[in-house]
Design a protein around this ligand. Structure first.
Ligand SMILES: O=P(O)(O)OC[C@H]1O[C@](O)(CO)[C@@H](O)[C@@H]1O
Length: 546
């Protein structure tokens, strides 16, 4: 069944939510806590190793009920069945969206266009496993008969961000291989990476779903040329492998058919780390850990599919985000992991969230008359506290923030971890409670400030509080919990796309820039400059002549 085409603002729930918002905004989150001593327990969910507390937000059970009614009116349940059963919910590209099948450990078969993709998935996973084990055991060797020490992933967007984020996050579980990522078509960066590696012991994974992406092909070509300064043409087969749907183009590039790991049209680039695009992950942390990552994700899939919406973590977080975005008018959301390991989570989710839901055309082809896709950003705490938290605490913008933290550190550095996590808890409390005028005065008095000084400084020292946060407190950063965390956000994206009545799985907006870059490249490399606006023409001219 195709996704329903329902304008959310025309539902009964939306109208009720508008009225409810007018009342709800008069209350502060602090007051909600004062009025209900049981609020924290009521508005939190324990699931596996996750504890999700969404109580520090300006919503009540009535809000949740209305949002659940909205989910019902836009037929979210049917949409979830369509998503998991492989219907072509990416309608503008006529494709299924089945990254969830890649991590399924059940015996269920998935059929796409008459093909049983379960067998393809299993076959590719086995191929990855054999390959990874051969590399890690040293059975597979480079052209000078040495074992591999290094992997370089060459890809961009979904063929880079997922693997780069997971490899960084799971460093603790690292195999013997060093991993590097080349994504930008910035030759200086390519050279910086090449300086660090040894051609005799480096394996190159060229990951590109389409194998037509300018950046990846240029980078792969440059790397191959560099490699051939040290080795012979026939050695390429030992050192270059590819992950792609485009077998023809990969073969044209010169990669041996045996070294191609397939992927499929029904996997979106930004959801592809679970496919063979995860080869760099499996090499970096071992195949078993890669499998555990998939296991964590599939557990979250089951939770999402099977749990009633009022206890469903991705559904509730998506509804809350709609509440903030469409009623409170919040423009952005921050993601603050309290672990340095997750420093690439925000850039990774920026693609997932903003490429998916950055759309302004509804599923009926008409422009939407409401806000869609949130802007997400973030950096690990506590660093971010010393960078942009001032604006979250006392700025003019409302920034709902997800705090992600872990109960146990990985190296047992308990003193550090207590300090790290005390900041984690303290920030959400400070954002909620703020600091009143009375508290400021009492503090000043204790410091022996004069009446005059106190009067002048009060406005600057008062914190309004009332800033919404979610807390995701997870037992420990493991491949499994990380898989579940990523899947949680993937499903949040899905739910929001369904409610906003947009297509979340295409990305036509990226195409125009790619086309224009090709035409500008021609102008740069030829005598003439073709028609452009006068500003662009002036800039290209300066670039060519200076
Ligand atoms: O894997 P490919 O085909 O090289 O594409 C890379 C990326 O380019 C995009 O199409 C646009 O940024 C992404 O969706 C995709 O992940």
């Amino acid at each position: 069944m195709a996704l329903a085409k329902i304008n959310p603002t025309e539902t009964t729930a939306w109208k009720k939510l508008n009225d409810h918002y007018a009342e709800q905004k008069k209350q502060s989150i602090k007051e909600l806590f004062q009025n209900d001593s049981n609020r924290a327990a009521k508005f939190s969910i324990e699931w596996e190793d996750f504890f999700v507390d969404y109580s520090k937000n300006n919503w009540t059970q009535e809000t949740i009920n209305l949002l659940l009614q909205l989910a019902e009116e836009v037929e979210l349940k049917n949409a979830i069945s369509s998503y998991f059963s492989g219907e072509k919910i990416n309608e503008t590209e006529n494709r299924a969206v089945l990254h969830t099948a890649l991590r399924s450990f059940s015996n269920e078969s998935f059929i796409v266009d008459g093909t049983n993709i379960t067998e393809d998935i299993q076959h590719t996973k086995n191929k990855m496993k054999v390959f990874v084990n051969e590399v890690l055991s040293g059975a597979r060797k480079g052209y000078t008969n040495q074992s591999f020490t290094t992997v370089v992933n060459i890809g961009i967007g979904g063929s880079d961000l997922g693997p780069a984020m997971i490899v960084e996050a799971l460093q603790f579980y690292k195999s013997s291989l060093q991993t590097h990522f080349i994504s930008n078509v910035d030759g200086d960066h390519v050279q910086e990476i090449l300086k660090k590696i040894n051609p005799e012991t480096t394996l190159f994974v060229v990951a590109s779903k389409t194998f037509t992406t300018q950046e990846t092909l240029t980078n792969a070509e440059t790397v191959r040329k560099w490699f051939l300064q040290h080795a012979n043409q026939e050695d390429v087969a030992k050192h270059f492998v590819a992950v792609s749907t485009n077998l023809e183009k990969v073969t044209e590039f010169g990669i041996a058919p045996d070294n191609i790991f397939p992927m499929w049209d029904w996997v979106g680039g930004r959801f592809s780390l679970w496919s063979a695009v995860g080869l760099s992950i499996a090499l970096a942390v071992g195949f078993d850990n890669f499998d555990k990552l998939l296991l964590g994700a599939t557990k979250m899939d089951s939770h999402f599919k099977e749990t009633s919406f009022d206890k469903n973590i991705p559904v509730l977080l998506a509804l809350l985000s709609i509440w903030h975005n469409n009623f409170f008018g919040a423009e952005t959301e921050a993601l603050i992991p309290y672990t340095q390991y997750l420093q690439k989570l925000a850039p990774y989710l920026q693609q997932g969230i903003m490429e998916s839901n950055g759309k302004s055309i509804a599923r009926n082809g008409q422009p939407v008359n409401y806000q869609t896709g949130t802007i997400v950003w973030g950096e690990p705490g506590t660093n971010s506290q010393h960078a942009f938290f001032q604006l979250i605490h006392q700025g003019t913008k409302l920034i709902p923030t997800d705090f992600i933290g872990f109960i146990h550190p990985l190296y047992g550095e308990q003193d550090h971890h207590n300090k790290l996590m005390s900041n984690f808890f303290a920030q959400t409390e400070a954002l909620l409670m703020g600091k009143t005028k009375e508290q400021v005065i009492a503090e000043f008095k204790a410091q022996g400030k004069t009446e005059e000084q106190v009067k002048e400084l009060i406005p600057f020292k008062v914190f309004e509080g009332n800033k919404p946060t979610n807390t995701l407190l997870i037992d420990k950063l493991t491949p499994e919990t990380l898989g579940a965390l990523v899947a949680l956000y993937e499903h949040k994206i899905f739910v929001q796309g369904v409610i906003w009545n947009i297509y979340s799985y295409d990305q036509w907006g990226v195409e125009l820039g790619k086309q224009l870059a090709n035409s500008v490249l021609k102008d740069i490399e030829s005598e003439e400059i073709s028609a452009h606006d006068s500003s662009t023409k002036q800039l290209i001219k300066r670039f060519k002549t200076k």
